[in-house]
Design a protein around this ligand. Sequence first.
Ligand code: ADP
Ligand code: MG
Length: 645
Amino acid sequence: MKIIEMKNVSKYFSLGGDKLYALKNISLSIDKGDFIAVMGQSGSGKSTLMNIFGCLDSPSSGSYRINGVEVADMDKDAHAELRCKTFGFIFQRYNLLTSLSALENIALPCVYYGLENKTRVEKARKLLYDFGLENRAENRPNELSGGQQQRVSIARALINGGEIILADEPTGALDSKSGEVVMDIIKDLHKKGHTIILVTHDQNIASYANRIIEIKDGEIISDTTKSGAAYKTQNTETIKKKSRFSYMRYQFYESFKMSLKAVKTHKMRSLLTTLGIIIGIASVASIVALGNGSQEKIMSSLNSIGSNTIIILPGGGFGDKEANKIKTLKISDTEVLSKLSYVDSVSPNIAAQGLIVYKNLSLLSSLSGVSAEFLEVNNKKLQSGRRFNASEVKSAAAVAIIDQNTQKEIFGTRDALGEIIIFNRQPLRIIGVMAKEDEFGPVNMNLNIYTPYTTAMYKIVGNQEIAGITVKISDDINSHLAEDNLVKVLSALHGKKDFFTINSDSVRKIVEDVTNTMTLLVSSIAVIALVVGGIGVMNIMLVSVTERTKEIGIRMAIGAKRKNILEQFLTEAVLLCLIGGAVGVLLAGLFSFAFNNLVDDFNMILSLNAVLIALFFSMAIGIVFGYMPARNASNLNPIDALARE
Ligand code: ADP
Ligand code: MG
């Protein structure tokens, strides 16, 4: 049975416009189980022929069939599959991967076959044993002699079956003793049923074969068959096909292992490459953590205003210069408002500035005249003492509640309850002290005291102007609907809309929007850092592909498909970026930790989500920027890649 058939195969190389024919009209066929020696002088086209046999190169014209199938009609993956499963290459210069051990080198074709690690190692160990290399398994190629390396490379050619062995001057680089060992192995393989095609310029070596084809200047000049027919072919064992999923899993696992190796080999370079990613991710993560922290801080301060609160102020809005002159809000308004079904509580606010005098102390302070319900309305709590009662409000009683600042400034740690302070010549008895509240930003040092609004109107300010009304809406009511209704009611009461409202929920929304916008803004700057980092990764991956062109060629020669190569380099780029991302996240974590310990105002919050998103981003950068170099690698022509030193 003809395993190989060539008809009128020519191959030329274009050299500066000229066609240099390496092969001219080669026609031959090879039987299964044959042992062929291709002889000829250097430059006669032997290697070119061999490369075409092995689907590493394609003919310029003519027909080449393997097992009756036209090779030109197959796609590149099918060529790779032939190299993986049908052919076994033995090169003059061994072409082992220097970073892998003997065992790993032998097992490598099985990776592209899709065998699981255990089976691979078993098969490789058996071959090592067969070739007397069992105690060399862990040695790298540079720790082996030439003869040993060639035996490793023969083992590699055989591990997937090696139905057709293509040996290009296998003894060319060996001393005669090692050469003999190698030739004995090859002879033995022939006996076991392998089809052997051997290239040599050495008559002695050629004499092992039973058919000698001599070529000169790319043409066959003789083709002699010796006596002794081909050995009966034995069925090479068939390897059980793995499911597609486990194939992909092995491939991925192998790519990952190889990438890890590559990254480890160039530690410093990998670190420098990923610096951009590290900085980018660290800054994005830190900024997001800062944003989250400050937002939470603001929110908790806003909570002290209380949700569902609407503040009504005179005038047309903030900055209305006429607002001071507008005296539209009246105590009667609060009474009307408090009767509305959706209103929980109402407090007017009458504001005054003045001096608090206590003994020989005299301090500037703000006074607010409020209703008995002002604690609920403003979401404040008492630390000690009691609130105003209705009769105190009605009778304009001279009582006051002071805040923590006042307590501290005037009384220190002493109990203030029952003490009398004088505000603008009006004595006030302290009946309550408010609890400390969360505050955002620089600590507010203002002193605030609260009296019933009646006391403020009649005894302190001397008129009935109201600075504002704070309305707390019942919890189950939508504050925006309530706000609309409130405005209608109050406008009807006044005959026109001479006031404006601030809804605490809207304020909260604004704060959220502002922090989000800030985060987005600063993050987009950090994205630039990430893009720069990504370009760095792309750059180093391009370098890596160039440096490892030979390796890519070897991998392709032993059966790697383009997608295997693509996956390998893409995995490497993603791994680099992920390492960068992880280091970046770690830095952001350390920074948050330090920040939270040093700064009291608010905490950085590095959420799990943010960490995951950062890692996802670094992975995406690896894919985006690693794709081009990886595609370049996968698109290399196997024969050109192999020829690279
Ligand atoms: P052999 O293996 O018999 O020494 P080759 O098959 O390597 O010869 O080369 C045959 C001819 O083709 C030589 O003249 C060589 O210079 C030429 N050749 C081989 N490969 C290339 C190439 N990639 N580009 C241009 N010329 C080439
Ligand atoms: Mg050659």
